[in-house]
Every structure is written in structure tokens, then in C-alpha cells.
Design a protein around this ligand. Structure first.
Ligand code: Q0Z
Length: 286
């Protein structure tokens, strides 16, 4: 990989480069992460599928953004470096809000752990009797602060969010996050996918709120197949279940580096990303 632009940030499966003139290049790799480890075996086209999906969602969500006086950060894809053109987004460089905006429509993961302990997720009270995978009566806004590399984000209260960004902006982030999630959940349901939760990142341009980062991808969200949704157990992941099951059956000790994936698991996983893209967008990935 020789992108001759300055590297701004490197995530587990993505990089951000400085494209000059207040623009950034978000590059999605073919790497896949499972059980908090980046696996050594790439999934061909994963970066391209997830990039195409984000680009499609920015278009789908334009009316929701406009209704909330917000915009998105995507720029026309001009002069993308050839070797990453199909898995890169050119975006406006923004002043990023110091809050990860998570919307949850279902109880899962860290949400379930919190709920079992307190009957709530931080300051968001929930009804009794919910289990892993339960649909919530209404989607909830459960913001978190960005953790250092390698750490998990830390859930924060709405009051803390107000301290960080002010009350007007905090209200706007909650309203917009939930509106975007609702639209995403609706569209995903038509495609046979349960959008259980998602994480948005926003920046500001002047006084305008701007939807940034990747949007409603299986890496920023929990995608579950709708046909197997059944509260009471950890739900199978739409895209990562073959990888998780194979890693578990391989006897891999999670303290040690993860093993290479067999070709059939790679192929089946690639197919899940392509299937999600085609089901959501109604277009063939190609
Ligand atoms: N439009 C923007 N303006 C300013 N900063 C960002 C920005 C920086 N970092 N991130 C998260 C991230 C995205 C990919 C790979 C990573 F390593 C980290 C997002 C954006 Cl998207």
C-alpha cells in the first residue's frame, strides 16, 4: 500500500489520510476483526463493499439530514488514488464531536451487560424482563466517548454529553441519531436485515452538524439476519458468524494471535458482505 498522502489515523480495519485542502481520504481495508482481534486473512472486496454501502446510505439519508438542518461529509470522488479508488471516500475535514453517537433498537452486547446490572443503559431506563436480543420499546440514544486505540468506548450519560457539546447540540445529536437509525432500521427490515444498533460520528462545519465517518455498515452496526431473530440468546451476526464459529471450533486461544481463515470461510464471508449490499441497495455489487 503506497498512498503518498500523510497518514492521519489508523483503525483496526481502516485508515484516514490527509488529502489536502481540508479534505481527508477514508480508506477501508479488506481486513476483518473478530473477538477484538484483527485476523491475518483478508476478505476480498470487504473494503469496497462497505465503502459502496456507506456512499449509498449518504444518499438515502439526505432527506433525514436536511430535515434536521444537517449535512454529510462526502465529496465527489475525484482523483482517488488508483490502488484504493474502489474502497475510499474523499470527505470534508471536520471538527469532530467528541462523542460516539450510538442508537440501539435492540438489547445486545455491552447494553445487555449494563441492563443486567442496573435495569438501564447508563441513564436510559428500560422496562423489566428484557433479554439479549430483545427489541426495545423505542430506540435509545446511548452515546460514548472515544476510547484510546485498543480500548472499548465508554458509555456516557446524556448529562455528560451536554457537558461535552452543550445542550442544544446534545439534543440535536440525540434527535438526529435516532432519526437516522429509524430510517436505517426501516430500510434494513425490507432487506431481511435487523439493524440492531449503530454508531454514527458527527463533525461540525461552521455551525452546521455534519454526518461523518462510515455509515450503517456491518462494521459500524450490528446486522442480524431477520429470519433467525429470536430474543433470549446472542443473535447470529449477518456477516461475521461464519468467522466467529470457525474461530471457536478451531480451538483458538484468544490470548494468542488468531489463525489464518480457511478459504471456504473467506469465500462465505465475502458472500455475506455482497449479499448485504445487494439486499439493501437492490443493486448488484458487480
Ligand atoms: N470528515 C472527517 N473530518 C475529520 N476527521 C474525521 C475522522 C478522523 N478519524 N475518524 C475515524 C476513523 C475513520 C477511519 C479510520 C480511522 F482510523 C479512524 C474520522 C472525519 Cl471522517
Amino acid at each position: 500500500m503506497t498512498i503518498d498522502l500523510p497518514l492521519v489515523a489508523r483503525g483496526k480495519v481502516r485508515e484516514v489520510y490527509d488529502a489536502g485542502e481540508d479534505r481527508l481520504l477514508l480508506v477501508a481495508s479488506d481486513r476483518i476483526s473478530a473477538y477484538d482481534h484483527v485476523l491475518p486473512t483478508p476478505i476480498p472486496d470487504k473494503g469496497a463493499v462497505l465503502t459502496r454501502l456507506s456512499v449509498w446510505w449518504f444518499e438515502q439519508l439526505a432527506d433525514v439530514l436536511a430535515a434536521h438542518g444537517a449535512e454529510h461529509h462526502l465529496l465527489p470522488p475525484t482523483h482517488l488514488p488508483a490502488e484504493v479508488a474502489d474502497r475510499a471516500m474523499l470527505v470534508r475535514r471536520l471538527e469532530m464531536a467528541p462523542v460516539e453517537c450510538v442508537a440501539r433498537g435492540y438489547l445486545s452486547g455491552s447494553g445487555t451487560v449494563e441492563y443486567r446490572r442496573t435495569g438501564a443503559i447508563v441513564d436510559v431506563e428500560l422496562p423489566a424482563g428484557l433479554v439479549e436480543g430483545s427489541r426495545l420499546p423505542e430506540p435509545v440514544f446511548t452515546p460514548s466517548t472515544k476510547a484510546d486505540v485498543g480500548e472499548h468506548d465508554e458509555a456516557i450519560s446524556f448529562a455528560r454529553t451536554v457537558e461535552l457539546v452543550g445542550s442544544a447540540r446534545a439534543e440535536q445529536l440525540r434527535e438526529l441519531t435516532l432519526a437516522l437509525y429509524r430510517r436505517g432500521h426501516e430500510v434494513a427490515q425490507q432487506a431481511g436485515i435487523v439493524l440492531a444498533d449503530t454508531k454514527f460520528e458527527f463533525g461540525v462545519s461552521g455551525d452546521t452538524l455534519v454526518l461523518a465517518d462510515e455509515v450503517l455498515t456491518p462494521d459500524s452496526s450490528r446486522f442480524w439476519p431477520a429470519v433467525t431473530w429470536s430474543p433470549g440468546a446472542v443473535q447470529p451476526s449477518y456477516d461475521k458468524q461464519f468467522v466467529r464459529d470457525w474461530l471457536t471450533s478451531s480451538g483458538w486461544d484468544r490470548q494468542s494471535p488468531p489463525p489464518e481463515l480457511p478459504a471456504d470461510v473467506v469465500d462465505a464471508t465475502r458472500e455475506r458482505y455482497v449479499a448485504a449490499y445487494e439486499a439493501l441497495t437492490g443493486s448488484s455489487f458487480g
